[in-house]
Write a protein that binds this ligand. Structure first.
Ligand SMILES: Nc1nc2c(ncn2[C@@H]2O[C@H](COP(=O)(O)OP(=O)(O)OP(=O)(O)O)[C@@H](O)[C@H]2O)c(=O)[nH]1
Ligand SMILES: [K+]
Ligand SMILES: [Mg+2]
Length: 443
């Protein structure tokens, strides 16, 4: 154990109380934690039932323990798992007993994954996928995260990077041979071909991304409109619970109220806002300001209107707007079409008339909005930026290949570097290694 080597522990399951809670320990003291609490080290990778005891021999809980000696563990280090009853007192006794062990400290957020990454268990895209998977609320988000966690992008990037390194090795060899007449052309042609193929593949993956980045964040739908038209009644209906106060008093809602909905697997955040009007009350004025700001930032605005609202409402301009004519139970007749709106829906938020059609239309909007992100591999701005950098470098390397081999090789190194950063593994050593290995031409 080197100085500064710290073993980390954390409650890895949800908030207590729960039926079962899992406490994980990772690091060189993980085995010590097991022997201290469970008496002896259990068999590796098999569930063992143990009575856990603290240092004074007092029982803590009847538990199941697991022992994963490194490096064949989730983090690559020695890992211990304690599965206990998820009561607060059980957990505080267990965590206190673990933290009493020397060189043991509470884990920081993401630290288990970070150690797994540092020990080569995951590349950075997979770590990002793991993070997304833990935070996935809907089925489509889950599937997308799983593709990341399975390393589909990482595998492609690794393959591209190797091929770039090979192409650059060809060019480097050409540079070495450049005093001998015909060798460079033989080396350059396959290098150029390889670079063009790589360009096409990376460009295709970038083009297929759809709105995958947005699928992580979700679509934002703002309910806005004049006071008292039934905005809060509508959000309550969509959420199927009383998230917002409804009252006949105009100016009821002041704060922005958000609910997360799962619409056919699409994550949608619906926000209810203050009724927009010239208000005297400074609190309401602030509510109106927020309402306008959030509506302008939304991906779609549901502009609610009551039976008294005119057809010439001023709608937010920058965002798609659907006019929702509410309270058709009062109005009776055919709803007025609002000219400036993209679509118009007649509903009764109170009775529920027209809501299935509205929800269906929202699902359709979400499907268009997220596009065919199914199959998309790029889910983050970071990933997209690095792929673009790699693509730019490949393009520039082709521009240089005829006149300046050194510059071409330099651009290829930059492309490989960008992909290395995508994977979180940057070392120039293996670029040099490949060149040295494959083109040890006896000089
Ligand atoms: N008849 C009828 N009344 C409705 C309908 N929807 C809402 N209301 C009533 O309209 C009044 C205002 O509803 P809210 O949901 O508070 O309206 P709001 O737009 O959120 O109002 P503010 O937050 O004050 O801007 C309440 O008395 C509701 O019960 C509807 O579809 N039909
Ligand atoms: K109201
Ligand atoms: Mg309201």
């Amino acid at each position: 154990m080197h100085p500064g080597d710290q073993t980390i522990f954390a409650l890895s399951s949800g908030r207590p109380p729960s039926a079962i809670a899992v406490v994980r320990v990772s690091g060189s003291q993980a085995g010590q934690a097991l022997t201290t609490l469970a008496g002896t080290l259990p068999a590796a990778r098999l569930a063992s039932r143990r009575l856990l005891r603290d240092a004074s021999g007092q029982p803590i809980d009847d538990s199941v323990v697991l022992w994963f000696p490194g490096p064949a563990s989730a983090t690559g280090e020695d890992v211990a798992e304690f599965h206990v009853h998820g009561g607060r007192a059980v957990l505080s006794a267990l965590l206190a007993a673990i933290s009493d062990i020397p060189n043991m400290r509470a884990a920081e957020p993401g630290e288990f994954t970070r150690r797994a990454f540092e020990n080569g268990k995951l590349d950075l895209t997979e770590a990002e996928g793991l993070d997304d998977l833990i935070h996935a609320d809907t089925d489509r988000q889950r599937r997308q995260a799983l593709r990341q966690l399975q390393g589909l992008l990482g595998n492609r990037a690794r393959d591209w990077r190797e091929r770039i390194i090979e192409a650059s090795a060809l060019i480097e060899a050409g540079i070495d041979f450049s005093d001998e007449a015909d060798v460079p052309a033989e080396l350059m042609a396959p290098a150029m071909q390889a670079i063009k193929a790589l360009q096409a593949e990376i460009a295709e993956v970038l083009a297929a991304q759809g709105q995958a980045e947005r699928l992580r964040d979700g679509l934002v739908v703002a309910i806005a409109g004049p006071p008292n038209v039934g905005k809060s009644t509508l959000i309550n209906q969509l959420a199927r619970r009383e998230v917002a106060i409804v009252s006949p008093h105009a100016g009821t809602t002041r704060d922005v109220i958000e609910v997360q909905l799962d619409l056919d697997g699409y994550p949608v955040t619906v926000i209810d806002t203050a009724g927009i009007r010239e208000a005297d009350d400074p609190v309401e004025q602030e509510g109106v300001r927020r309402a306008k700001a959030r509506a302008a930032d939304a991906d779609l605005v549901l502009w609610l209107l009551g039976p008294d609202s005119g057809a010439n409402e001023r709608l937010p301009a920058s965002v798609p707007v659907w006019a929702i004519r509410n309270k058709i139970d009062l109005e009776g007749g055919v709803p007025t079409v609002v000219a400036a709106a993209d679509r118009t829906f007649p509903i009764s938020a109170r009775r529920g008339d027209g809501l299935p059609d509205l929800i269906q239309a929202l699902v359709g909007f979400a499907a268009d909005f997220f596009g065919t992100s199914e199959g998309a591999l790029v889910t983050r701005v970071r990933q997209r930026d690095l792929l673009r950098q790699a693509l730019d470098s490949l393009r520039r390397s082709l521009e240089h290949v005829e006149d300046g081999e050194e510059l071409a090789a330099e651009e290829l190194r930059a492309a490989a570097y960008a992909l290395g950063r995508l994977l979180g593994r940057v070392d120039v050593e293996d670029v040099l290694g490949a060149i040295f290995q494959k083109f040890c031409i006896g000089k």
